[in-house]
Design a protein around this ligand. Sequence first.
Ligand code: DGL
Length: 279
Amino acid sequence: MSNPAVSAPTIGVFDSGFGGLTVLRALIERLPRARYAFLGDTARLPYGSKSRRTIARYAVESAQFLAHEQGAEFLVIACNTASALALDAIQQAVSVPVLGVIEPGASAARDASRTGDVLVIATDATVQSHAYAAACHTLGLRALEKACPLLVPLVEEGWTDHPVTAEVIRIYLDELSADAAAHGLHADTLVLGCTHYPLLRPLIEQAVPAGMRVIDSAESAADAAVRLFNGRAAASAASAAQPTEILCFATDSVEKFERLGSRFLGRPVGRVELVDLGG
Ligand code: DGL
Protein backbone atom coordinates (compact mmCIF):
# COMPACT_ATOMS: atom_id res chain seq x y z
CA MET A 1 0.00 0.00 0.00
CA SER A 2 1.33 3.47 -0.84
CA ASN A 3 2.22 5.71 2.08
CA PRO A 4 0.62 9.15 1.55
CA ALA A 5 3.47 10.74 3.54
CA VAL A 6 5.95 9.83 0.78
CA SER A 7 3.71 9.64 -2.28
CA ALA A 8 4.59 11.93 -5.15
CA PRO A 9 2.66 15.20 -5.31
CA THR A 10 0.33 15.74 -8.24
CA ILE A 11 1.26 18.95 -10.04
CA GLY A 12 -1.22 20.33 -12.53
CA VAL A 13 0.27 22.25 -15.44
CA PHE A 14 -1.95 24.21 -17.77
CA ASP A 15 -1.47 26.02 -21.07
CA SER A 16 -3.68 27.15 -23.89
CA GLY A 17 -1.80 24.69 -26.11
CA PHE A 18 1.50 22.83 -26.39
CA GLY A 19 3.86 25.66 -25.44
CA GLY A 20 3.46 24.99 -21.72
CA LEU A 21 5.18 21.66 -22.26
CA THR A 22 8.42 23.72 -22.22
CA VAL A 23 7.56 24.57 -18.60
CA LEU A 24 6.68 20.92 -17.89
CA ARG A 25 10.05 19.88 -19.31
CA ALA A 26 11.84 22.32 -17.00
CA LEU A 27 9.72 21.13 -14.03
CA ILE A 28 10.52 17.46 -14.68
CA GLU A 29 14.26 18.26 -14.77
CA ARG A 30 13.95 19.80 -11.31
CA LEU A 31 11.22 17.64 -9.71
CA PRO A 32 11.37 14.24 -11.39
CA ARG A 33 9.55 12.35 -8.65
CA ALA A 34 6.15 13.86 -9.22
CA ARG A 35 2.93 12.99 -10.96
CA TYR A 36 2.15 15.61 -13.61
CA ALA A 37 -1.26 16.27 -15.12
CA PHE A 38 -0.86 18.58 -18.12
CA LEU A 39 -3.82 20.15 -19.90
CA GLY A 40 -3.50 21.88 -23.26
CA ASP A 41 -6.68 23.76 -24.13
CA THR A 42 -5.90 23.27 -27.81
CA ALA A 43 -9.52 23.63 -28.97
CA ARG A 44 -9.58 27.24 -27.75
CA LEU A 45 -5.98 28.26 -28.61
CA PRO A 46 -4.89 30.99 -29.16
CA TYR A 47 -5.74 32.82 -25.95
CA GLY A 48 -3.38 35.64 -26.91
CA SER A 49 -5.82 37.32 -29.30
CA LYS A 50 -8.87 37.09 -27.00
CA SER A 51 -10.44 39.36 -24.37
CA ARG A 52 -9.69 39.22 -20.63
CA ARG A 53 -13.20 37.91 -19.93
CA THR A 54 -12.90 35.02 -22.38
CA ILE A 55 -9.35 34.16 -21.31
CA ALA A 56 -10.44 34.11 -17.64
CA ARG A 57 -13.40 31.82 -18.39
CA TYR A 58 -11.27 29.36 -20.37
CA ALA A 59 -8.43 29.43 -17.85
CA VAL A 60 -10.71 28.92 -14.83
CA GLU A 61 -12.42 25.92 -16.48
CA SER A 62 -9.03 24.42 -17.28
CA ALA A 63 -7.68 24.99 -13.76
CA GLN A 64 -10.81 23.48 -12.23
CA PHE A 65 -10.42 20.39 -14.41
CA LEU A 66 -6.88 19.86 -13.09
CA ALA A 67 -7.65 20.64 -9.44
CA HIS A 68 -11.06 19.01 -9.12
CA GLU A 69 -10.96 16.13 -11.61
CA GLN A 70 -7.26 15.26 -11.62
CA GLY A 71 -6.56 15.96 -7.95
CA ALA A 72 -3.74 18.44 -8.60
CA GLU A 73 -2.32 19.74 -5.32
CA PHE A 74 -0.48 22.62 -7.01
CA LEU A 75 -1.13 24.40 -10.27
CA VAL A 76 1.42 25.96 -12.57
CA ILE A 77 -0.16 28.27 -15.12
CA ALA A 78 2.31 27.57 -17.92
CA CYS A 79 0.77 30.20 -20.17
CA ASN A 80 1.85 33.83 -20.06
CA THR A 81 -1.48 35.06 -21.41
CA ALA A 82 -3.53 33.22 -18.78
CA SER A 83 -1.05 34.25 -16.06
CA ALA A 84 -1.24 37.90 -17.15
CA LEU A 85 -5.02 38.13 -17.42
CA ALA A 86 -6.54 35.40 -15.27
CA LEU A 87 -4.27 34.56 -12.31
CA ASP A 88 -6.58 36.22 -9.76
CA ALA A 89 -9.66 34.52 -11.25
CA ILE A 90 -7.94 31.13 -11.12
CA GLN A 91 -6.76 31.65 -7.53
CA GLN A 92 -10.33 32.46 -6.51
CA ALA A 93 -11.75 29.43 -8.33
CA VAL A 94 -9.51 26.70 -6.83
CA SER A 95 -8.28 26.08 -3.30
CA VAL A 96 -4.76 24.84 -4.18
CA PRO A 97 -1.63 27.02 -4.55
CA VAL A 98 -1.35 28.52 -8.04
CA LEU A 99 1.84 29.79 -9.66
CA GLY A 100 1.87 31.99 -12.75
CA VAL A 101 4.83 32.65 -15.03
CA ILE A 102 4.93 36.47 -15.08
CA GLU A 103 6.55 37.17 -11.71
CA PRO A 104 9.21 34.45 -12.09
CA GLY A 105 10.05 35.88 -15.54
CA ALA A 106 10.34 39.41 -14.14
CA SER A 107 12.49 38.19 -11.20
CA ALA A 108 14.85 36.41 -13.58
CA ALA A 109 15.10 39.61 -15.64
CA ARG A 110 15.97 41.56 -12.49
CA ASP A 111 18.72 39.05 -11.69
CA ALA A 112 20.08 39.21 -15.25
CA SER A 113 19.93 42.92 -16.02
CA ARG A 114 22.74 45.30 -15.14
CA THR A 115 21.16 48.40 -16.71
CA GLY A 116 17.71 47.84 -15.14
CA ASP A 117 16.10 48.17 -18.58
CA VAL A 118 14.45 45.09 -20.08
CA LEU A 119 12.51 44.17 -23.20
CA VAL A 120 9.59 41.73 -23.25
CA ILE A 121 8.07 39.96 -26.24
CA ALA A 122 4.67 38.29 -25.80
CA THR A 123 1.18 37.84 -27.22
CA ASP A 124 -1.15 40.78 -27.89
CA ALA A 125 -3.27 40.12 -24.79
CA THR A 126 -0.23 39.81 -22.50
CA VAL A 127 1.24 43.07 -23.83
CA GLN A 128 -2.08 44.92 -23.57
CA SER A 129 -2.42 43.81 -19.94
CA HIS A 130 1.02 45.34 -19.16
CA ALA A 131 1.44 42.58 -16.58
CA TYR A 132 5.15 42.29 -17.33
CA ALA A 133 5.71 46.05 -17.18
CA ALA A 134 3.94 46.13 -13.80
CA ALA A 135 5.87 43.14 -12.40
CA CYS A 136 9.17 44.62 -13.65
CA HIS A 137 8.31 48.06 -12.25
CA THR A 138 7.66 46.51 -8.81
CA LEU A 139 11.21 45.11 -8.97
CA GLY A 140 12.70 48.47 -9.91
CA LEU A 141 13.10 47.72 -13.63
CA ARG A 142 11.94 49.66 -16.66
CA ALA A 143 10.31 47.37 -19.25
CA LEU A 144 9.21 47.86 -22.82
CA GLU A 145 6.80 45.24 -24.17
CA LYS A 146 6.09 44.22 -27.76
CA ALA A 147 3.40 41.94 -29.16
CA CYS A 148 4.71 39.42 -31.71
CA PRO A 149 1.47 37.78 -32.91
CA LEU A 150 3.02 35.94 -35.87
CA LEU A 151 5.35 33.85 -33.74
CA VAL A 152 2.81 31.47 -32.15
CA PRO A 153 1.36 30.33 -35.52
CA LEU A 154 4.88 29.89 -36.92
CA VAL A 155 5.80 27.63 -34.00
CA GLU A 156 2.48 25.77 -34.32
CA GLU A 157 3.39 25.20 -37.99
CA GLY A 158 6.67 23.66 -36.88
CA TRP A 159 8.74 26.45 -38.51
CA THR A 160 11.08 26.76 -35.56
CA ASP A 161 14.21 26.78 -37.73
CA HIS A 162 12.88 28.40 -40.88
CA PRO A 163 14.22 31.46 -42.73
CA VAL A 164 10.77 33.08 -42.74
CA THR A 165 10.61 32.78 -38.94
CA ALA A 166 14.15 34.17 -38.63
CA GLU A 167 13.16 37.17 -40.75
CA VAL A 168 9.94 37.78 -38.79
CA ILE A 169 11.94 37.69 -35.53
CA ARG A 170 14.53 40.09 -36.96
CA ILE A 171 11.81 42.58 -37.98
CA TYR A 172 10.05 42.42 -34.59
CA LEU A 173 13.31 42.83 -32.66
CA ASP A 174 14.52 45.69 -34.89
CA GLU A 175 11.22 47.51 -34.25
CA LEU A 176 11.52 46.86 -30.53
CA SER A 177 15.14 48.10 -30.43
CA ALA A 178 14.18 51.29 -32.28
CA ASP A 179 11.29 51.84 -29.87
CA ALA A 180 13.57 51.22 -26.88
CA ALA A 181 16.09 53.76 -28.19
CA ALA A 182 13.29 56.29 -28.74
CA HIS A 183 12.27 55.80 -25.07
CA GLY A 184 15.86 56.26 -23.89
CA LEU A 185 16.15 52.68 -22.64
CA HIS A 186 19.49 50.85 -22.50
CA ALA A 187 18.06 47.37 -22.47
CA ASP A 188 20.41 44.44 -21.88
CA THR A 189 17.83 41.70 -21.25
CA LEU A 190 15.04 40.21 -23.34
CA VAL A 191 12.24 38.22 -21.69
CA LEU A 192 10.52 35.52 -23.75
CA GLY A 193 7.04 36.26 -22.40
CA CYS A 194 5.22 33.44 -24.17
CA THR A 195 5.58 29.72 -23.63
CA HIS A 196 5.95 29.10 -27.37
CA TYR A 197 9.03 31.27 -27.70
CA PRO A 198 11.62 28.99 -26.03
CA LEU A 199 11.39 26.87 -29.17
CA LEU A 200 12.60 29.91 -31.12
CA ARG A 201 15.42 30.67 -28.72
CA PRO A 202 18.25 29.77 -31.15
CA LEU A 203 16.80 32.12 -33.80
CA ILE A 204 16.11 34.84 -31.22
CA GLU A 205 19.65 34.61 -29.84
CA GLN A 206 21.01 35.11 -33.35
CA ALA A 207 18.86 38.24 -33.79
CA VAL A 208 19.53 40.10 -30.51
CA PRO A 209 22.47 42.50 -30.12
CA ALA A 210 25.66 40.91 -28.78
CA GLY A 211 25.67 40.65 -25.00
CA MET A 212 21.88 40.77 -24.56
CA ARG A 213 20.64 38.18 -22.06
CA VAL A 214 17.63 36.11 -23.13
CA ILE A 215 15.32 35.01 -20.31
CA ASP A 216 13.15 31.96 -20.78
CA SER A 217 10.08 32.28 -18.55
CA ALA A 218 9.70 28.47 -18.61
CA GLU A 219 13.02 28.01 -16.79
CA SER A 220 12.34 30.76 -14.25
CA ALA A 221 8.79 29.50 -13.59
CA ALA A 222 10.13 26.00 -12.94
CA ASP A 223 12.70 27.44 -10.50
CA ALA A 224 9.90 29.30 -8.69
CA ALA A 225 7.80 26.12 -8.61
CA VAL A 226 10.64 24.23 -6.93
CA ARG A 227 10.81 26.93 -4.23
CA LEU A 228 7.03 26.90 -3.78
CA PHE A 229 6.65 23.13 -3.73
CA ASN A 230 9.85 22.43 -1.84
CA GLY A 231 8.26 20.83 1.21
CA ARG A 232 6.30 18.30 -0.79
CA ALA A 233 9.17 17.69 -3.18
CA ALA A 234 11.45 16.87 -0.27
CA ALA A 235 8.85 14.44 1.07
CA SER A 236 8.49 12.76 -2.29
CA ALA A 237 12.26 12.37 -2.56
CA ALA A 238 11.90 9.73 0.17
CA SER A 239 10.15 7.57 -2.41
CA ALA A 240 13.27 6.93 -4.48
CA ALA A 241 11.59 4.36 -6.72
CA GLN A 242 8.86 6.79 -7.78
CA PRO A 243 9.27 7.49 -11.51
CA THR A 244 8.01 10.62 -13.25
CA GLU A 245 4.39 10.12 -14.23
CA ILE A 246 2.92 12.29 -16.98
CA LEU A 247 -0.75 12.40 -17.89
CA CYS A 248 -1.59 14.67 -20.82
CA PHE A 249 -5.02 16.00 -21.70
CA ALA A 250 -6.05 18.06 -24.71
CA THR A 251 -9.33 19.64 -25.71
CA ASP A 252 -8.71 19.03 -29.44
CA SER A 253 -6.91 16.53 -31.69
CA VAL A 254 -4.92 14.16 -29.50
CA GLU A 255 -3.04 13.00 -32.60
CA LYS A 256 -1.69 16.52 -33.22
CA PHE A 257 -0.87 16.91 -29.53
CA GLU A 258 1.11 13.64 -29.52
CA ARG A 259 2.99 14.66 -32.68
CA LEU A 260 3.79 18.31 -31.82
CA GLY A 261 3.91 17.88 -28.05
CA SER A 262 7.07 15.78 -28.07
CA ARG A 263 8.92 18.71 -29.71
CA PHE A 264 8.03 20.97 -26.78
CA LEU A 265 8.54 18.33 -24.09
CA GLY A 266 11.79 16.98 -25.52
CA ARG A 267 10.51 13.38 -25.20
CA PRO A 268 7.40 11.48 -26.29
CA VAL A 269 4.31 12.81 -24.53
CA GLY A 270 2.77 9.32 -24.33
CA ARG A 271 -0.94 8.74 -24.54
CA VAL A 272 -3.04 11.90 -24.61
CA GLU A 273 -6.65 11.92 -23.44
CA LEU A 274 -9.31 14.07 -25.07
CA VAL A 275 -11.40 16.18 -22.69
CA ASP A 276 -14.39 18.42 -23.35
CA LEU A 277 -14.46 21.64 -21.30
CA GLY A 278 -17.35 23.13 -23.24
CA GLY A 279 -17.27 25.97 -25.78
N1 DGL B 1 0.46 30.02 -24.27
C1 DGL B 1 0.34 31.39 -24.74
C2 DGL B 1 1.28 32.28 -23.92
O1 DGL B 1 2.22 31.82 -23.29
C3 DGL B 1 0.62 31.51 -26.23
C4 DGL B 1 -0.41 30.83 -27.12
C5 DGL B 1 -1.78 31.52 -27.08
O2 DGL B 1 -1.91 32.65 -27.56
O3 DGL B 1 -2.71 30.88 -26.59
O4 DGL B 1 1.08 33.48 -23.92
